[in-house]
Design a binder for this molecule. Structure first.
Ligand code: FAD
Ligand code: SIN
Length: 565
């Protein structure tokens, strides 16, 4: 994509009110708050979040957080499960780092006040798809995220050197014109009033992008803002074709697509079709506990074959007390629609859940932009490869939140940043009337149709062309409100996802191409990388001794014959 502008808005830093911090943390989920707490004894930290502090994806996490907590489980087994789910393109060093450090981070989280479910003094561990061992800690039955959020927010709010700016929308990262290094953020309050937060280092922990799709488990905040503004700031983006679809979202008219946790299947629930038949055993030896991409695609095929709109989770063979005690949140949500989860079948279908791709980062949490660190769902550390193993993301947020803080403590001098003189005179057109809700709805519908569970070249190509047309008037105008900036970010992130999905001509993990249904390790064992102003590039995995030579794929444009409209 030819990005029309570096910044979304015109500004002159001298004209704007400002504040100086040592470190700016964008995001108040598990990754952002962990980083802020870890920095609090050493630096003045400003946490920026576009909604109230606890309105995050983190708060809605259900199933739990994975970690090796028992003697008969091993770090090696957790690493192997993660690598298997990742479809051959996990970064093994990132996998080892996260699963090895995970248990210590979990104990640290408990020492900060998080209370996981226990039997006596031992944590109760559950199972989810792709895990070879019961290793998922949970809280409040199925309200793990709520408890983690509560504990982190309480701890962070008690830190004298951590300041919070809630309901503060980050429009853009600021970078030094000479070095390109991150030096702060341009923000707007709810009413649109702008100011600058200068910082010596910025941690971007803005979470996911599920709300770029018509069907999603995510709360409204997950619009891929951080993906878009890091990309505009020059960061390399990796794996943007990989969106994970969760197989089981409540499908009842009027429900807001509530997730029905994979832990429900971990405790023994079956997936059945309208005739009451289990279909997963025909698709994978692990049946209902196969990796998420396998289960989600099996459901899509079942629906295509039957013409139905949903399949069902069946818990009727499980003891009522177990079901009610383990899943109080799901029980309540279903009861609101007259469904008794121990007695009735629960209608479900897949929806967009977890953004695997993101800002490319190394094992120190560094992006390719100096001074810009990334952690949590917005980052692409290499842990997840082409498909995330269930309950590994809260763990990744904890581990990389801590790593980013440690890196900044070691490498970034203490003391408040000094204001720089920056200006953007990008030739933005004056605000035009655009119906934001209508356009966001069209974009989400297009993503669902063209960049959904099953993709193919022609549809992806048309989606890219449509997005380019929309971008020609949306991305060149000056927005006046956070809603307008959000829509611009959504379009930018969607375009990156569609273009990367068009580029990868094979099927792997969460990315399934009808026109290239097989995995092709000879050509595609590696990562698709995007940078502003440049076409996508393929970066092969580091070859290991004995690997067959990889062929470099031709550019997506030549092969698909991408034509202007
Ligand atoms: P988030 O928790 O999403 O926080 C993002 C923050 O960034 C928010 O504070 C937001 O306000 C802020 N932000 C975003 N854009 C801007 C902007 N422009 N300006 C200012 N601030 C901004 N994972 C598991 O491991 N286990 C589970 O059981 C599990 N269950 C899940 C269930 C559901 C329903 C969902 C939606 C996800 C689940 N996940 C689970 C995934 C997991 O919750 C997320 O990947 C993780 O919480 C992301 O944390 P984060 O810190 O990266 O971002
Ligand atoms: C779930 O509870 O099914 C979600 C777990 C996850 O996304 O890791």
């Amino acid at each position: 994509m030819r990005l029309p502008r570096r910044y979304l808005t015109r500004f002159q830093s001298d004209d704007l009110p400002h504040e100086c911090a040592d470190v700016a943390v964008i995001g108040s989920g598990v990754a952002g708050l962990t980083a802020a707490i870890e920095l609090a004894a050493h630096r003045d930290v400003v946490v920026l979040c576009k909604s109230p502090l606890e309105e995050t994806n983190t708060r809605y996490a259900q199933g739990g957080v994975a970690g090796v907590m028992e003697e008969d489980d091993t770090v090696d087994a957790h690493a192997q499960d993660t690598l298997r789910a990742g479809g051959g393109i996990c970064d093994e060093a990132a996998v080892r780092l996260v699963v090895e450090r995970g248990p210590a981070c979990l104990r640290q989280l408990m020492s900060w006040g998080a209370r996981f479910d226990t039997a006596g003094s031992q944590p109760v561990l559950t199972l989810e798809g792709g895990h070879s061992h019961r290793r998922i800690l949970h809280a409040g039955g199925d309200s793990t995220g709520r408890e983690i959020s509560r504990a982190l927010a309480a701890r962070a709010r008690g830190e004298r050197r951590v300041k919070f700016h809630e309901n503060t929308f980050v429009i853009d990262l600021l970078t030094q014109p000479d070095s390109g290094a991150a030096c702060g953020a341009l923000v707007a309050d709810r009413g649109g009033a702008r100011r600058i937060i200068w910082a010596r280092a910025v941690i971007c922990a803005t979470g996911g992008a599920g709300r770029l799709y018509r069907e999603s488990t995510n709360p409204p905040e997950a619009t891929g803002d951080g993906h878009a503004f890091c990309y505009r700031a020059g960061a390399a983006m990796q794996g943007m074709e990989f969106m994970q679809f969760h197989p089981t979202t409540l499908y009842v008219a009027g429900s807001s697509r509530v997730l029905i946790s994979e832990a429900v299947r971990g405790e023994g629930a079956y997936l059945v079709n309208r005739r009451g038949e289990r279909f997963m055993p025909g698709h994978h030896p692990d049946a209902e506990l196969a990796p998420r991409d396998v289960v989600a695609l099996a459901i899509v095929r079942e629906l295509a074959a039957s013409g139905d709109t949903c399949v069902f989770l069946d818990l009727r063979h499980l003891p009522r007390p177990l079901v009610e005690e383990r899943f109080p949140f799901i029980k309540r949500e279903c009861a609101a629609f007259g469904l008794d989860i121990a007695r009735d079948l629960i209608p479900v279908r897949p929806s967009a859940h977890y953004m695997i791709g993101g800002v490319k980062s190394d094992l120190q949490g560094r992006s390719t932009v100096p001074g810009l660190y990334v952690a949590g769902e917005v980052a692409s550390t290499g842990l997840h490869g082409a498909n995330r193993l269930a309950s590994n993301s809260l763990l990744e947020g904890l581990v990389f939140g801590e790593i980013c803080a440690a890196q900044i403590r070691e490498n970034v001098p203490a003391g408040p940043a000094r204001p720089a003189r920056l200006a953007s005179s990008d030739p933005a057109r004056p605000p035009a009337y655009i119906n934001i809700d209508d356009m966001a709805g069209s974009l989400r519908a297009l993503m669902w149709r063209a960049v959904g569970l099953e993709r193919e070249g022609l549809t992806l190509q048309r989606a890219v062309e449509d997005m380019d047309f929309w971008g020609s008037y949306l991305l060149t105008q000056e927005s006046t409100s956070p809603d307008g900036f959000t829509l611009q970010n959504m379009l930018t992130t969607c375009r990156l996802m569609a273009e990367s999905a068009l580029f990868r001509k094979e099927s792997r993990g969460a990315h399934f191409r009808r026109d290239f249904p097989a995995r092709d390790d000879r050509r595609w064992l590696g990562h698709v990388e995007c940078r502003a102003g440049e076409p996508p590039e393929f970066h092969p995995m580091q070859a290991r001794p004995g690997d067959p030579p990889a062929r470099r794929p031709a550019s997506g444009r030549e092969e698909e014959g991408l034509r202007p409209k």
